[in-house]
Design a protein around this ligand. Structure first.
Ligand code: 13P
Length: 257
């Protein structure tokens, strides 16, 4: 069941997979099955190098495009970086920010992620802000305080007027790419906590923000996760790289819409 008018969002994070040519093939396959569905919001986030061809293929479909990262400055001497304006030019609607892989491998701090969130919103890009604890943080009882720090740090200075332009993805680090999924109850506990933080920051608007679950989500476990009252979709890694499993996830969400 869709909750509080929050349309399910199924978003594929392709990470560093697929050349532009491979991306075209995958997008054509996904498009053929789910390109015209409207009950569920669908997005794909290919690597930067595939965005332009993806945008071309996704024109006139209901599948939206997202990027996996950006730099907070508008332009300048930042070798290797990509700005929000550049992503908007390629018809991106979303940008994934603060993914745990960027936090871990590229040392991204909450303050830096916050700069990106603000810059994305200023360019009308919707941030998908990722938060999540490691296994040792969960086991030592720090889980909720880690989530609170990442939420408050990442969303600092974001006002109620922008609340609905934010998407949160709860991705327990220990569940990413490991085949271990949080049980629906474990995920819901954190999603409910994130909802409380959103309501504290955005008031009523906080009840309208979508909170996605990410971490080994696949057709076999999606239904129970999506049944939880504060799980509004998924940020899908591995299962987004095959049209069949990704389309199945969209179909499962649609069956509950
Ligand atoms: P997996 O679905 O491969 O576990 O990846 C989840 C993820 O990190 C999505 O951003």
């Amino acid at each position: 069941m869709q909750k509080n008018n929050r349309k399910y969002l199924i978003a594929g994070n392709w990470k560093m997979n697929k050349t532009a040519a491979e991306a075209r093939e995958l997008i054509k396959e996904i498009n053929a099955v789910v390109g015209q569905k409207t009950d569920v919001a669908v997005a794909v986030c290919p690597p930067f190098t595939a965005l332009e061809s993806a945008a071309e293929l996704l024109k006139d479909t209901n599948i939206q495009l997202g990027a996996q990262n950006m730099y907070p400055k508008a332009e300048g001497a930042y070798t290797g970086e990509i700005s929000a304006v550049m992503l908007r030019e390629l018809y991106c609607s979303f940008v994934i920010l603060g993914h745990s892989e960027r936090r871990e491998y590229f040392g991204e701090s909450d303050a830096f992620i916050n700069e990106k969130v603000i810059a994305a919103l200023e360019s009308n890009l919707k941030p998908i802000l990722c938060v999540g604890e490691t296994l040792s943080q969960r086991e030592s009882g720090e889980m909720l305080s880690v989530i609170e720090t990442q939420m408050k740090g990442g969303l600092k200075g974001v006002g109620e007027d922008n609340g609905e332009n934010i998407v949160i993805a709860y991705e327990p680090v220990w569940a990413i790419g490991t085949g271990k999924t949080a049980t629906p109850e474990m995920a819901q506990e954190v999603h409910a906590f994130i909802r409380k933080l959103l309501v504290e920051q955005f008031g009523e608007t906080g009840t309208k923000v979508r909170i996605l679950y990410g971490g080994s989500m696949k057709p076999e476990n999606a239904s129970e996760l999506l049944d939880q009252s504060d799980i509004d979709g998924g940020l899908i890694g591995g299962a987004a790289l095959k049209a069949k499993s990704f389309a199945e996830l969209v179909t499962i969400a649609q069956s509950k819409s």
